[in-house]
Design a protein around this ligand. Structure first.
Ligand SMILES: [Cu+2]
Length: 172
């Protein structure tokens, strides 16, 4: 009886914790048109399995992306070709970082790990930047790619893409 109720409690705690945990940015607001250090927290594994692969897709308008090394993990970069070239440092650029991938490391389901990058954010106050994340755990994967309508709550979705909202301090 006692064992059964402890298990019951653990299951309830896990479900409740799951809705609020997921894959989230440490800070979910940023100043538009600035360099920003984004820290993505991966709060659990896939169905109890340890995480060994994290891919973060950069939304449109995010440029000059530099990933941070996570000890014990390899980093690779996927480039994306732009429809319209952009100017960076006065030079025309046709390719930007499309996604960052950390692989080769591992952390258990009960722990979290943080994946960090710096990027220039678009000067687009009020916009919510949705970052699709693909999480891999051996043969299992979780795709955090549910994107809410602009004024809807992403956390109401089953596998929400983590986001950063561009909020100007001047209120414009
Ligand atoms: Cu979760």
């Amino acid at each position: 009886m006692l064992i059964r109720s402890i298990i019951g409690l653990a299951v309830i705690t896990q479900i409740a914790g799951h809705a609020s945990a997921h894959v989230v940015f440490n800070v979910d607001e940023a100043e538009p048109g600035t360099f920003h250090t984004a820290q993505l927290r991966v709060m659990h594994g896939c169905e109890g399995q340890p995480t060994d692969h994290v891919r973060i897709v950069m939304p449109d308008g995010v440029t000059r992306v530099t990933p941070r090394v996570v000890p014990g993990w390899d980093i690779s970069v996927e480039m994306r070709t732009l429809d319209e070239p952009i100017l960076l440092h006065g030079f025309e650029v046709k390719q930007v970082v499309g996604a960052l991938i950390w692989s080769g490391g591992s952390f258990p389901d009960f722990a979290y790990e943080q994946f960090e990058f710096r990027a220039m954010l678009p000067d687009d106050s009020g916009r919510r930047l949705d970052f699709v994340v693909n999480q891999g755990c051996g043969d299992l994967r979780l795709d955090w790619d549910d994107i809410a309508a602009p004024d809807a709550d992403p956390w109401a979705l089953e596998e929400p893409a983590p986001y950063i909202t561009l909020t100007s301090k001047n209120g414009d």
